[in-house]
Design a protein around this ligand. Structure first.
Ligand code: C2E
Ligand code: CA
Ligand code: CA
Ligand code: CA
Length: 278
């Protein structure tokens, strides 16, 4: 029995070591990702339903790992948040977005880029100064950068986050409430948050053309947003039927695979130049 027990240990210990090793190695690999230039900024267009134009896009991080290959965000963003490395990734994305929007404005093809900001960032009282430094470094304009925040990130400590958000607004950044409908959905806080845009989560958009309840949910969300002076982006629009339903319900923007998947920056620029509105 004792031997079997030991044998059991002999079997399980290496697995534990392996998982601990890969955890530690992921941590150091993440640290190197920035220095080794393994991160990429991809862009997914947001189509304006009023004009048919693409004057804004969401920046989505990509990690091209030399050995692991493509590592999707859900495999390292939560990890980076838990281990305190997310701030470095946020800064990297913000700098890329500021440089790109600066260059595109100079070329006469301006673009507004939305950057995802984590709970840690909005809970960090020093975050507004981080953005000041990045603006100074890049020569970018805050009006060209939109910061996507989530309700859960704000709710962690709402008073502290609201102070940070107001400081960001005061600098000229605009704010967007991401994944709307999946978090606490506190309407009281929605009123207090200095956001100018609300993004309806993909889960409410999928199959909306054949779901009467889902349709009235989205319809009232759009009406509420417009009453509060916010513009609305519907996320995850994959089909013409979903697109047309969202046009009918009065969504301001659509984003999703039906228009385009997230693209490498050069591909996005070529895609945008080649398309005609609608
Ligand atoms: P998110 O902010 O909600 O971003 C939208 C996600 O939906 C992206 O996944 C995008 O590729 C995907 N998507 C867009 N259109 C469609 C569609 O029509 N159908 C489907 N099925 N999916 C669609 P991605 O790029 O894998 O990112 C996943 C999540 O990782 C993001 O969700 C965001 O929470 C996080 N993330 C990505 N980049 C960053 C970043 O730079 N910083 C931070 N903090 N988080 C990031
Ligand atoms: Ca987002
Ligand atoms: Ca989202
Ligand atoms: Ca999300």
């Amino acid at each position: 029995d004792a031997r079997r027990h030991q044998a059991g240990f002999a079997i399980y210990t290496p697995e534990l070591d392996l998982s601990r090793t890969s955890h530690l190695s992921l941590l150091s690999e993440l640290r190197q990702a920035v220095e080794q230039n393994e991160l990429r900024m991809f862009l997914q267009p947001k189509v304006c339903l009023k004009t048919g134009r693409v004057d804004s896009a969401e920046a989505l991080i990509r990690w091209q790992h030399p050995r692991r290959g493509f590592v999707p965000p859900f495999e390292f963003i939560p990890f980076a948040e838990q281990t305190g490395r997310i701030g470095q990734l946020t800064r990297w994305m913000l700098l890329r977005a500021m440089e790109l929007t600066r260059d595109l404005a100079a070329k006469g093809t301006p673009l507004t880029v939305s950057v995802n900001v984590s709970a840690r960032d909005v809970q960090d009282a020093g975050f507004p100064e981080v953005l000041d430094a990045l603006l100074a470094q890049s020569g970018g304009a805050p009006e060209r950068i939109r910061l996507e925040i989530t309700e859960s990130g704000v709710m962690e400590n709402a008073d502290r986050a609201l102070t940070v958000l107001h400081a960001l607004r005061a600098r000229g950044f605009t704010l967007s409430l991401d994944d709307f409908g999946t978090g606490y959905s506190s309407l009281a806080y929605l009123r207090r948050m200095p956001v100018s845009e609300l993004k309806i989560d993909r889960s409410f958009v999928q199959g909306i053309h054949r779901d009467a309840d889902g349709e009235s949910l989205v319809k009232s969300t759009i009406e509420l947003s417009h009453n509060l002076g916010l513009s609305v982006v519907a996320e995850g629009v994959e089909t013409i039927e979903e697109w047309q339903t969202l046009v009918r319900l009065g969504s301001d923007y659509v984003q999703g695979y039906f228009a385009s998947k997230p693209l490498a920056v050069e591909d996005f620029i070529a895609w945008r130049a080649a398309r005609t509105p609608f």
